[in-house]
Design a protein around this ligand. Structure first.
Ligand SMILES: Cc1cc2nc3c(=O)[nH]c(=O)nc-3n(C[C@H](O)[C@H](O)[C@H](O)COP(=O)(O)OP(=O)(O)OC[C@H]3O[C@@H](n4cnc5c(N)ncnc54)[C@H](O)[C@@H]3O)c2cc1C
Length: 283
């Protein structure tokens, strides 16, 4: 396990800015990310200070090179859980385990919404196995997804819920689940029920299902950390003016805290968070 003063999760504009400042303040910081985030979709950025025009991909690469140039470890991994540790936090990725006194969440906007299911959020549909698994322990329960994030959520649910069905929604599973888990590979057509979720219909069948965990896509956003008890405003993490969340030692910034969803604001959030984290670490 690699130990750091601070781990910054997300290597977009907010995360890189935070890591660069932390490094320059003299802290042992590491930067972890899984993809280009929002910048992958930005063809041309023309409103950032001092740059006439740059593609999102080029700006992303400049940021990563800047961090690497300062000898900040830049690690490609998808973080799937954060737990309390003896000296701060234990952060698990699909390939690495880290420990850090401080965690900075620079995760961008959550992308694992499942629109077909939105009507049943809170009345059968959940996005957090650790938070809500217990409530479905006696119910026929589905988990939707096919990749690493789903695998992690399944590991939590398997210990609580005996009747579990994976719906891959037309995708191939990236791993082999235990034999007692049912698997439906067809595409989902609808979620059904009057007052609450009662069934899921696929291309050729309807399955009686009372609980459903959405773990499609990846752990974008903060679903993997929700069980720590963050204060939220809708889908955004609530922070104070110093980018502190309500959990001691966990900070957040950039698109995942809402406000102006722009590079300039993400970079500023990262810098403010770094200053605040540095004070916390020096105490
Ligand atoms: C089409 C489009 C055009 C845009 N055009 C402009 C523009 O012209 N000007 C402008 O200023 N802004 C623009 N933006 C917005 C800008 O891209 C974002 O505001 C900015 O990238 C936010 O930075 P961020 O660091 O908060 O998040 P992001 O850049 O989204 O970075 C999030 C990071 O978190 C990582 N991450 C998330 N979950 C995990 C996990 N579980 N484990 C590990 N890593 C994780 C991702 O891999 C990524 O590295 C545009 C956005 C889009 C979509």
């Amino acid at each position: 396990m690699n130990s750091y003063d601070a781990i910054v999760i997300g290597y977009g504009p907010c995360g890189v800015s935070c890591a660069v400042y932390l490094k320059r303040y003299g802290h042992n910081v590491c930067l972890v990310g899984k993809d280009m985030g929002a910048l992958s979709k930005a063809h041309s950025i023309e409103n950032y200070y001092g740059i006439k025009s740059i593609s999102g991909a080029d700006l992303f690469n400049e940021g990563i090179n800047q961090a690497k140039g300062l000898n900040i470890p830049v690690i490609d991994d998808e973080i799937v859980s954060i737990e309390y540790g003896d000296n701060g936090y234990i952060i698990k990725g699909t390939n690495n385990i880290f420990s850090a006194k401080v965690v900075m969440l620079a995760l961008g906007v959550s992308k694992n919404k499942f629109n077909l299911a939105s009507k049943y959020e809170g009345i059968g549909v959940s996005y957090c196995a650790t938070c809500d698994g217990f409530f479905f322990r006696k119910k026929k329960t589905a988990i939707i997804g096919s990749g690493e994030y789903m695998k992690h959520e399944l590991e939590v649910l398997e210990n609580i819920i005996p009747d579990l069905t994976i719906f891959t929604n037309g995708n191939e599973l990236s791993f082999k689940p235990n034999d007692n888990i049912k698997i439906v590979k067809e595409k989902i057509i609808s979620f059904n029920g009057d007052e609450k979720l009662e069934s899921i219909t696929t291309e050729s069948n309807t399955y009686e299902i009372e609980g459903c965990f959405i773990a499609n896509g990846s752990a974008g956003g903060f679903s993997f950390a929700k069980h720590l008890g963050f204060m939220l405003d809708g889908n955004y993490i609530v922070v104070d003016k110093d980018m502190k969340t309500n959990i001691p030692g966990i900070y957040a910034g950039g698109d995942c805290i809402g406000g102006l969803l722009q590079v300039s604001k993400a970079v500023s959030d990262g810098a403010i968070a770094a200053q605040s984290i540095s004070k916390y670490l020096k105490k």
